[in-house]
Design a protein around this ligand. Structure first.
Ligand SMILES: C[S@@+](CC[C@H](N)C(=O)[O-])C[C@H]1O[C@@H](n2cnc3c(N)ncnc32)[C@H](O)[C@@H]1O
Length: 417
């Protein structure tokens, strides 16, 4: 398969990677060191999402991004673990910033991001020997464990801008995986993601007043559209309409995985931002005050937890035969961001397929990326996709995602999707 083809399959499986390009454009707006250089190397001069937005919306978004980025860098330095595992690393200059301070940096992200970004950072870094990138899917434990196998010290795992894109089953898988990494390596997990909605509202309100909240709705719609995720919420993300109940839900979720957390106020750890030069003194004061009510979460193992075992999942495998316009597939293990492009490529490398029949007897898990690929295939064959021998945990996910039961253990995709 050509490189262009491979890129297109990866991009259609994981459109969410585009959100990371928007983030680095916003970082350049905020004049975060090296962001502009990265954009030049990415040859990403224009950003569709930002072009469609007015200047206040872009400014509001750039403040959110800079506040998160610089506060997270501060916290990584404050906690002092010498290895930062950035999951997901996106296209940010964090690797350059941290390695200048003698930290080791491990950037983990989807294959489409890592393949493009690793050579760029390695060409810009003064100390590339301290940097490593690995292709992972955060819901896939094996990929994470393999990436960190040679690390023998505690980790500072950082997650910025990812958890809100996951469904309930995915968020549960990611938290379980991070707990297992902390069990294995020690260290902590730092993330501003649970309070991302709060951070947006408090930022926009403090800078532009109540009237600009409509701009937030347009930001939210654009993010939903770009990531192809229906609603940016799950039980890890605080609901700004009901902070106390959603805080309890997130606490219970972490507790169920043997984790505990502490909330650190942005206002107490955020350095001066370069974007302040675009604000009035009154706006800066309001903003700093608002950041007293918004937090980064420091998540660690709860010493009172009971030890949990990660359920062993079979490695992915796929077999296909084409028989009178029917493509018969058998899938094994996990259909996720890493394996789903292989299924799409297998379908697209054959012509004239009317129907796809997939034996799922050995399929253990399916993520949103896997489901997106099945939708794509379904759209492009006249008789659609049928899944059979589906186990109960995969069936539970399918039933929430626009598939309907077409017989005992047999599932079909609705043609309306
Ligand atoms: C909004 S960007 C944030 C990137 C970066 N942390 C930043 O602050 O700019 C979201 C990132 O999540 C990554 N991502 C989405 N789903 C993922 C998954 N299942 N596993 C690993 N990374 C994922 C995307 O590729 C993208 O880089």
């Amino acid at each position: 398969m050509s490189n262009d083809n491979n890129y297109s399959v990866q991009a259609r499986t994981n459109p969410i990677f585009l959100t990371a390009k928007t983030a680095v454009h916003l970082m350049a707006q905020a004049e975060i060191p090296d962001a502009e250089k990265i954009l030049r190397c990415l040859k990403s001069e224009e950003n569709q999402l930002l072009q469609g937005s007015d200047s206040d919306t872009i400014l509001g978004n750039a403040i959110v991004v800079e506040a998160k980025y610089r506060t997270m860098c501060r916290l990584i330095e404050k906690f002092g673990y010498r290895t930062c595992v950035d999951l997901p690393c996106g296209y940010t200059p964090k690797a350059l910033h941290l390695t200048e301070k003698n930290f080791r940096f491990i950037g983990l992200d989807l294959p489409i991001v890592v393949r493009e970004f690793a050579p760029i950072i390695n060409s810009l870094a003064a100390r590339p020997n301290l940097i490593k990138f690995c292709e992972v899917d955060a819901t896939n434990y094996e990929s994470l464990e393999t990436a960190l196998r040679d690390i023998d010290e505690p980790l500072c795992i950082t997650t910025e801008g990812m958890m809100m894109y996951f469904s309930e089953s995915e968020v549960d898988a990611v938290i379980s995986n991070i707990r297992a990494l902390l069990e294995m390596h020690g260290g902590c997990w730092i993330t501003p993601d649970p309070e991302v909605k709060l951070q947006f509202i408090l930022t926009f309100r403090s800078i532009f007043g109540e009237s600009s909240l409509a701009k937030l709705t347009s930001t939210n719609n654009a993010a939903t559209q770009q990531s192809n995720v229906e609603n940016l919420s799950n039980s890890f993300i605080l609901d700004t309409e009901n902070i106390s109940d959603s805080l309890k839900a997130a606490e219970n979720l972490l507790k169920s995985h043997g984790l505990k957390f502490e909330r650190l106020k942005f206002a107490e750890h955020m350095p001066e931002l370069s974007i302040y030069r675009k604000l009035t003194p009154a706006q800066i004061l309001n903003f700093k005050d608002a950041m007293r009510n918004c937090h980064c979460w420091i998540i660690t193992l709860d010493e009172t937890r009971t030890l949990q075992e990660n359920v062993a999942i079979k490695p992915f495998a796929m077999s296909c035969t084409l028989d009178d316009k029917i493509l018969r597939m058998k899938l094994r293990g996990r259909l996720d961001s890493i394996s789903a492009p292989k299924v799409l490529t297998a379908f697209e490398s054959e012509n004239n397929i009317a129907e796809v029949k997939i034996d799922c007897s050995e399929l253990d898990y399916i993520s949103s990326a896997g489901i997106r690929v099945l939708f794509d295939i379904n759209k492009n064959c006249s008789d659609g996709v049928i899944l059979f021998n589906v186990n109960s945990s995969v069936a539970k996910i399918l039933s929430q995602k626009g598939f309907f039961e077409a017989g005992v253990n047999k599932w079909k995709l609705s043609k309306n999707f």
